[in-house]
Design a protein around this ligand. Structure first.
Ligand code: ZN
Length: 299
């Protein structure tokens, strides 16, 4: 008879392996200066935007809960002013996972209506499985929500947040710092790689492309763009990115019209081939991108 490895031993070994991997990959928070008052923080998960006003800090997204202390440390290195507003570009955990850790009495959480609904539903499921406490769940939720746009007046700066419909999810908002001329696009833009479009959370290819067209109306040649993932970007780069998405949309629509199945489109690398070397090396590989486009455009 073969000896079985006890379950508990396997579990402990897995945990040790996991921990040593985590230690090897120590997350470092890097800072890009985009304007005298706006900074981009990169760690693990979605890019964070920080605006340092005359008295307060306005923060966009907060990555995962486990990174909150490091993120707070990086922000206090920039300024000792208090954070008073925390804006979520959408509901995904790599952008909003730290909400509860930042949500003190002096911080207000803000997001589009659907972000609150979806975070609440996710947290409720976790509460039922006893993975979170009721207090933690409540602290995760945006406290002010809006349907289409909201504008903040912080000293000399006007901060415009506007909802884009059914793009990456059904609750995306972009945030534009008018005087500093910086736009945070959340996950409606993955610079340098194919986008993830979360069809199950209300995202769509047409909405994603429409969001880019809307952003292009707001910005100019000098605007600095903070993408949800990837390096800071320019209007020119966003223009070529959306042209790429539109071209792929046209090709996949033609394939659908000529009767191609999902498997045909997934297997047909000629549909994306000219872009794969530049954009296909990220989280979304070419086959996955074709699958997302097919599923969304077939609807
Ligand atoms: Zn996302």
């Amino acid at each position: 008879m073969k000896k079985k490895t006890p379950f508990l031993l396997v579990l402990v070994l897995l945990m040790i392996c996991h921990n040593s991997n985590a230690q090897k990959k120590e997350v470092v928070i890097k800072i890009d200066t985009l304007s005298p008052q706006v900074f981009m923080l990169t760690g693990q998960g979605g890019n964070i935007g920080i605006y340092i006003g005359a008295e307060h800090i306005f923060m966009i997204d907060d990555q995962f809960a486990r990174l909150s202390e490091k993120i707070k440390g990086a922000i206090s290195g920039l300024s000792k002013k208090p954070i008073t507003k925390l804006f979520n570009t959408h509901m995904h955990g790599d952008h909003s996972g730290g909400n509860a850790n930042f949500n003190t009495n002096s911080v207000t959480l803000i997001a589009q209506d659907n972000v609150r609904k979806r975070i609440k539903a996710n947290q409720q499921a976790k509460l039922e499985k006893q993975e979170v406490t009721l207090e933690n769940m409540q602290k995760m939720l945006p406290e002010i929500t809006f349907s289409n746009d909201i504008t903040f007046h912080e000293g000399d700066e006007t901060i415009m947040a506007f909802h884009v419909h059914n793009a990456h999810t059904d609750g995306d908002a972009m945030v534009y710092f008018m005087n500093n001329n910086v736009l945070h696009m959340g996950d409606t833009y993955f610079s340098g790689r194919y986008p993830y479009i979360d069809l199950k959370s209300g995202g769509s290819v047409d909405g994603y492309i429409a969001a880019h067209r809307k952003a292009l109306l707001v910005i100019n040649e000098d605007t600095k763009i903070i993408p949800g993932h990837g390096r800071p970007s320019t209007k020119k780069e966003l223009e070529s990115y959306v042209a790429m998405l539109e071209d792929i949309r046209t090709k996949i629509k033609q394939a659908i019209a000529s009767g191609s199945s999902l498997d045909d489109v997934k297997g047909n690398d000629t549909l994306t081939k000219i872009y794969d070397a530049n954009y296909g090396n990220g989280f979304i590989n070419p086959e996955r991108l074709r699958s997302i486009f097919y599923t969304s455009l077939k609807k």
